[in-house]
Design a protein around this ligand. Structure first.
Ligand SMILES: CC(C)[C@H](C(=O)O)[C@@H](O)C(=O)O
Ligand code: SF4
Length: 462
């Protein structure tokens, strides 16, 4: 009998189906991450009197509420209380917990991959929409809601409607100074924030194959901003090389055996996707958002002429902008370099290259994605470059990306940010967010205005 032609997504999905009912499948969940926001699910589980089905498959990590200055933890009882709640819930159920002070702690989407907890072919879930990040390893990873978190805790399974499949093929090569963040913003601009809704996205093509693991994570991370709950890249030699150094990934014979399986995880050449889009990497420039949706972005060297619509007008109004005010040269009030999109070592190196020897003109907060990244950044002198430039170097966590830990942007203030969401109030009530890459944010910090990092870097090095 002929084997069907399957996509990467379909292969992994099929390997995890336990039962089916109509459009829904019951899936086995290999790994489950919980953060402070998961307390509703623990409450639900506890009130049902059930134990956790497989406590060894759930890992708790504190990230959203971790203050950037740990010494000030108790300044805000709500922040401290949320972390304590996670600590109590994970302790009561005897789960592995990466809490404050743990060297492996970090934003779940940064810490888990670097520890080797994220592996190709696994189904990974977390009550967090940016779980798409883990798809960079060829895992099928998705964000789930609180009721689903409780279901996974109780059963280690999950009912899901089978999504459609979508391929985003990126041809060509990214230019100098152009990053995965710019590519992600370019794609979201091209297909819209609803462009991938209901689909599991697979990124393919030479420009994707050329990306580092850090860059693939940035790209998959932003997939949710185009509406898809899954974004993945087939594992390849770049993935395997990365996993060889990950402390909790399989080792020795276990690794060889795992790798044999991982090498079967690719989309068959004749596999069918329900939707396909092609993107030209050479047309991507450094991008910045000007509005209150991640699709409202422009290339930094493009004239600002958004279409005249109600959505444009309300975004411009909130952002304190007008069509005749160019984005290039726009004064900013502060800078945030961090978040699960852009706080890995390579992101910090990008920022440090720009900041080295300079002085920031506006308050700048730089937050590593994990304590491992933080330690490495300190060891290789990046933190010193940041401090010397006048930036604040914070404790790892979500921080100003979502402003739950007390780090927020004041009303009306304009922030150049490497995070992923720019809706009204995201970084604090009335805050105005411009999303961009770490290098662009660093260049903005030195200039106090939005600049094209490519010209800026050329000038700085001259
Ligand atoms: C708080 C959490 C549930 C939320 C998410 O689901 O993504 C947050 O991480 C975000 O980025 O908005
Ligand atoms: S860094 Fe931001 S986007 Fe990522 S998980 Fe934390 S709050 Fe969500």
């Amino acid at each position: 009998m002929n084997q069907p032609h399957l996509t990467l997504f379909e292969k992994i999905w099929r390997q995890h189906v336990i039962a089916s009912a109509g459009e829904f499948d019951l899936l086995w969940v290999d790994r489950h991450f919980v953060h402070e926001g998961s307390f509703h699910a623990f409450d639900k589980l506890d009130s049902s009197g059930r134990p956790l089905a497989y406590p060894e498959l759930t890992i708790g990590i504190a990230d959203h509420y971790v203050p950037s200055n740990l010494a000030r933890l108790n300044d805000d009882p709500e922040v401290a209380g949320m972390i304590r709640l996670l600590e109590d819930n994970t302790a009561r159920h005897q789960l592995t917990y990466l809490g404050l002070g743990h060297g492996d702690r970090g934003i779940v989407h940064v810490a888990a991959p670097e520890l080797g907890l994220t592996l190709p072919g696994l189904i990974i879930v977390c009550g967090d929409s940016h779980t798409t990040t883990h798809g960079a390893f060829g895992a099928l990873a998705m964000g789930i809601g609180a009721t689903e978190v409780a279901h996974v805790l109780a059963t280690q399974t999950l009912w899901q409607r089978r999504p459609k499949t979508m391929r985003i093929h990126v041809d060509g090569k990214l230019g100098a100074g152009v990053t995965a963040k710019d590519l992600a913003l370019h794609i979201i601009h091209q297909i819209g924030t609803g462009g991938a809704t209901g689909h599991a996205v697979e990124y393919t093509g030479p420009a994707v194959a050329a990306l580092s693991m850090d860059a693939r994570m940035t790209l998959c991370n932003m997939t949710i901003e185009a509406g898809a709950r899954v974004g993945m890249v087939a594992p390849d030699d770049t993935t395997y090389a990365w996993l060889r150094d990950a402390p909790q990934a399989p080792k020795a014979e276990g690794l060889a055996q795992a790798e044999r399986h991982w090498r079967t995880l690719y989309s068959d050449p004749e596999a069918h996707y329900d939707k396909a889009v092609t993107v030209d990497a050479s047309a991507v420039a450094p991008r910045i958002t000007w509005g209150t949706s991640p699709e409202q972005s422009i290339a930094v060297d493009e004239p600002f002429s958004p279409n005249d619509s109600e959505a444009t007008r309300s975004s411009l109004d909130y952002m304190g902008l007008s069509v005749d005010r160019p984005i290039l040269g726009l004064a900013i009030d502060q800078v945030f370099i961090g978040s699960c999109t852009n706080s890995r070592l390579s992101d910090l190196r990008d920022a440090a290259r720009i900041l080295d020897g300079g002085t920031v003109k506006v308050p700048t907060l730089i937050v590593a994605g994990s304590n491992r990244v933080k330690a490495q950044a300190e060891a290789e002198g990046l933190a010193e470059i940041f401090r010397t430039a006048g930036a604040r170097w914070g404790e790892s966590g979500c921080s100003m990306c979502v402003a739950m830990n007390g780090d927020s942007v004041a009303p009306g203030q304009r922030c150049a940010s490497t995070s992923n969401r720019n809706f009204p109030g995201r970084q604090g009530p009335g805050a105005r967010t411009h999303l961009m890459s770490p290098a662009m944010a660093a260049a903005a910090a030195l200039n106090g205005t939005i600049v094209d990092v490519r010209q800026f870097a050329a000038g700085a090095n001259a």
